[in-house]
Design a protein around this ligand. Structure first.
Ligand code: 0O2
Length: 248
């Protein structure tokens, strides 16, 4: 039999150590004043510009949702959007993802391979509003759909539910138009409540494996209950809406 070298999988500790080595290598103390300015010009400014493009893309997507929210509130009863939260992925999370996926640590690689550098989370009260908003966004002719993952119809084994859209949106800079990727997560208040608690549990250190298993099961149960709550609330709203129409 062929004698193959076995490469052990990286543990989370290995990843943290690699991040520490990486940050050590780019320590700013090692620069003289002149080389520090050169380094800023040559290296940091393109990086700042890189992330600024994602901030602009977030503004574009947020504005689109705010406009839809306003329009829907005139047409239907109430605003479909409860809140919008946006973020640029932090540098450590980007590096962790590059290491996990064994990707080159370059801006080109980040741009090509990481779809959630810019993230916009839209929280609604009702599931129907999620699909209505998603359809309206995707029907706009400047929006390009890259990927759609429906974790509401097909929840993750953990119980995670949300509708994910990876889109490209144009940003108009001084002399150019650029298409920039944004991950949009649409979810109900109940889904958001669940996901933030589950996220806390996943990133909690020093938690005993038996307790972690117990809490994960408990959270999966809670996910089922919250899905049922969303569905019952949606039914109540449907009945209210149809009785409003009959009254007219
Ligand atoms: P963070 O801290 O939110 O940024 P990808 O790795 O993105 O190329 P993947 O893994 O298929 O591809 O992405 P997925 O699972 O479709 O969606 C990724 C994001 O969805 C996560 O981002 C979370 O924000 C959210 N998410 C997905 N699954 C779960 C889950 O089980 N629980 C919770 N709480 N959130 C989830 P990040 O980058 O993992 O983290």
């Amino acid at each position: 039999m062929e004698n193959k070298e076995i490469i052990p999988a990286r543990t989370p500790d290995d990843v943290v150590r690699e991040i520490a080595d990486f940050t050590q290598r780019i320590k700013l103390d090692n620069f003289t004043e002149e080389s520090f300015i050169d380094m800023l010009d040559e290296q940091l400014l393109p990086v700042e510009k890189f992330f600024a493009d994602y901030s602009c893309a977030i503004m574009e997507i947020e504005t689109k949702f705010k406009v839809l929210n306003e329009q829907f509130s005139l047409k239907y009863d109430g605003n479909p959007i409860e809140s919008i939260h946006s973020r640029i992925k932090d540098h450590n999370s980007i590096l962790k993802k590059l290491i996990k996926k064994n990707l080159p640590r370059t801006l080109e690689s980040i741009e090509e391979n990481i779809s959630d550098i810019a993230g916009v989370r839209v929280v609604c009260s009702f599931v129907d509003d999620i699909y209505r908003l998603a359809d309206c966004l995707l029907s706009q002719d400047d929006i390009e759909l890259i990927d759609r993952k429906d974790y509401i119809k097909n929840p993750k084994p953990s119980g995670y539910r949300s509708l994910h859209l990876i889109v490209r949106v144009p940003i108009f800079l001084e002399n150019e138009k650029k298409m920039v990727k944004v991950e949009v997560q649409l979810r109900t208040i109940a889904m958001d409540f669940w996901a933030s608690l589950e996220h806390k549990m996943r990133y909690k250190k020093n938690i005993q494996p038996e307790l972690l298993e117990k809490l994960s099961k408990e959270l999966t149960d809670c996910a089922d209950m919250s899905a049922s709550l969303d569905s019952r609330m949606q039914n109540i709203r449907n009945v209210l809406n149809s009785s409003n129409n009959q009254d007219m």
